[in-house]
Structure formats: C-alpha cells, structure tokens
Design a protein around this ligand. Sequence first.
Ligand SMILES: [Zn+2]
Length: 419
Amino acid sequence: MHCLECSAELERLDHHHLQHCCGLTLQEYAIRHHMPLDLLLSTEQINGIESTNDYVTLSDKPSSRAQTLLSALRLSQSIQQQGEFSVIEHGVRRLEQLLCYLQCLRQYGFQFRQEYSYDDNSHRVIAKNRLKTPSDSLLDTMPAALDHVLFSAVLLAEVGEFHAGYVFLRLPKNVAADDYIEGLRNNFQIRCIALDAVLGPNKGLNHGASQEKAGAVKQLYRTESLEDAHRLLKLVEPELTLIPCASERFYADVPVAMISKELVFDSAHFISDHPGKCENLHGGRYNLQVKIEGRIDPLDGFVIDYGYLKSVVKHRVIDQLDHQTLNYVNCDLAWRSSTELLNVFIWEQLIDYLPGLLEVQTYETTQSYCVYRGPKLEDMQAVEANFPLKYFSNQDLGRSSLRKLLDDNPTKKLQLVND
Ligand SMILES: [Zn+2]
C-alpha cells in the first residue's frame, strides 16, 4: 500500500505510520483522500473489544483544573458509560477539542482511542473518537473547588451554540443544571430563559435527534438578551478561546447562509367584515416556508439543523393551526385570519426559538402568498405589545369614554331632558 501523504510503500497503513508521517488519524486520512474508511482497516480492527487492563491506575490526586473540567463534562452529560469504561466522544471535526481535554484528563487515566465498528443502520464502518478510562478511576473524585470561568467555558464548548448573537445551552433537566443557571444570574448577572422542553430529548439547534441516542430529557436555555450573551461570552473568553474547535464556534468569522423549511397545514377560516367570498367558512392547504439566516457553524456545517427547525415550527405553529379553524386559534385571527396577520402570528410564535428568523412566507393558494419580515427578537423585547395582533387582546379595549354610548337609550335621555 502506498501512503498518499509521504509516498512510502507499506504493508499496511496504520496509526503508527500516520502519526509519524503526518499526524492524521486513519479517519482523517480517509476523509482527506476521499476514500472509504473500510479500505484502510483490517477486519480485526473492526468491532474490537478492549480490556481495562490496558489502562494504568494513577495514584496522584487530580488537579483542581482537572476536577473542574470533569465536573463540567458531567453536568453536560458528555461522559457516557460503555461497559466498564467511562467515555467522552466527539466527531471527527472536534478531535482537537478532545485532545485538549486529554491534557488534563490523563490525570484520571483517560486515553485516546479511535474505534471502528460496523454500523447496522448505515451499513458501513464508522469511526468514533473517544477518550476512555475505566469507570473505577472516576469513583472517588472529590467535589471540586470550581473555577467558574473554566467550568462555563467547558459547558459552552460541549452543549453551547451561538445563533444571531444569542447563546443557547442544552442542559439536562435536573437540579444541578437549575443551580448552574441560577448561579449565572446571581453571580454574574447573566440571565437565561428556559425554552419549552417539548422539543424532545437531546435536541439543540444544531443537534438533531439523529445524531444522538435517546437519553435523559434536556432543557434548552437561551440567554435572555443580547447583553446577557455578550456578558457570558466575555466571562468565558479567557478559557473558551483556549479550547480548539469550540472557540471557532463562538469566535470565528464564518460565512452566513439562509436556510428554509417548508411545512404544510390544513385549516379552515373565514374573514369577518369582508364583502367577498372569503366571508364564508372555507378550507384549504397552507404552505408555510420559514427562512433562517445565520453563521454556518464551522463544527457541523449547519446554520441550524433542519430537524430542529422542523420540530420548532411543528410544535409552535403546525400543532396549533393544523385541522383548526384559524378564527378560533387566536383572538386577533378571530377578526381577520388573513395570510398577513397569520404570518405576524407565526413570527411571534417562532422568534424566541429562532432569533435568526429572516422571513415567513405563507401560500394560501398556489397563486396567493404573503411574505413577512418581522422585528428582530431584541426589538420585540424592547417594545412589547405594539404589534398589529394586539388590538383585541389589549386590556384598554373597551375602556374609552365612547363606550358609554354602547348602552345609550334615546328614550331614556329624552325623558331626562323633559324632567
Ligand atoms: Zn505516510
């Protein structure tokens, strides 16, 4: 076999050779030279089983830095149990991030492995980059004297995302996560809000369900405002910029793209006070296109995972409108369920979850559609209750002095005058 990096003639291309010749892993070599990974592997390298005997037991107490790193990885649930091992796993694009952790985590006996297995779903051999240690090595870890900056930086590196200037965090739904969010608010004046958890387990904006096995239910948090995101990124900057890959996600200058998801729903509606056919109850199929603009995340090549986009639109919009009479969904649509006001309603349902929302486009028929570009999230936060949809829900409605005339009785008035 011929090494495409150094041109050496080899019996077999293996990690040992690559490490000395170019520093790539077999998976990276396969990707760089666009060849199937299977071609580089011998059958005994696939689905191998490892013994904990290959790992050394360390006697020194881990440093407080290593303890902080481990605590953050635990809160983000980045450490999985696999047989007798505790494992931290990331994709090929985040190898350097794993190796950065490994500098510290060797104190817990962690070692790097690239492991290959035959995947029954995709019918091909896949590679996993893992830091592994026998689970026994993590048993008697003392509670750490936490370095808050490092702790938050690792959390962002593991479960943080950056969209339209807002930081999103996908944390487990438990007391430790609640305490962390509370601590951010109390100690650093960084406010985060919990977004509806109905999005399902493990879903973040760039983490569709497909990427992960079913696990504990996660809670998606978003920094409340742009200033909160700014404060958080400033807090973690000294540490986050040192974590390869993760720092790219938050600080790199990357190109921007627009993505769009199309969904349909069937609804009935009628338009009040309208001298036309539409004042009659009628139904149809609406075609909705939701467009998001944002940075292309260098770690996964997405603006937002289409799966997340679909699940947000489905949960926040489709589930409310599909097979409903639009006039009974919302009080302002009750008056006039035009595509224009429908788009305003849809915008308001989505903007908290999708701050990169660029445009909502709704086709009522194939020939009639409306495009709406609403206010940005930060602008909506600044001027609450100023939108066209707020007329009938406004509590001031009904309080004008003119309303006295609603109960006006001319006969009664005449009598009063005569008296
Ligand atoms: Zn070589």
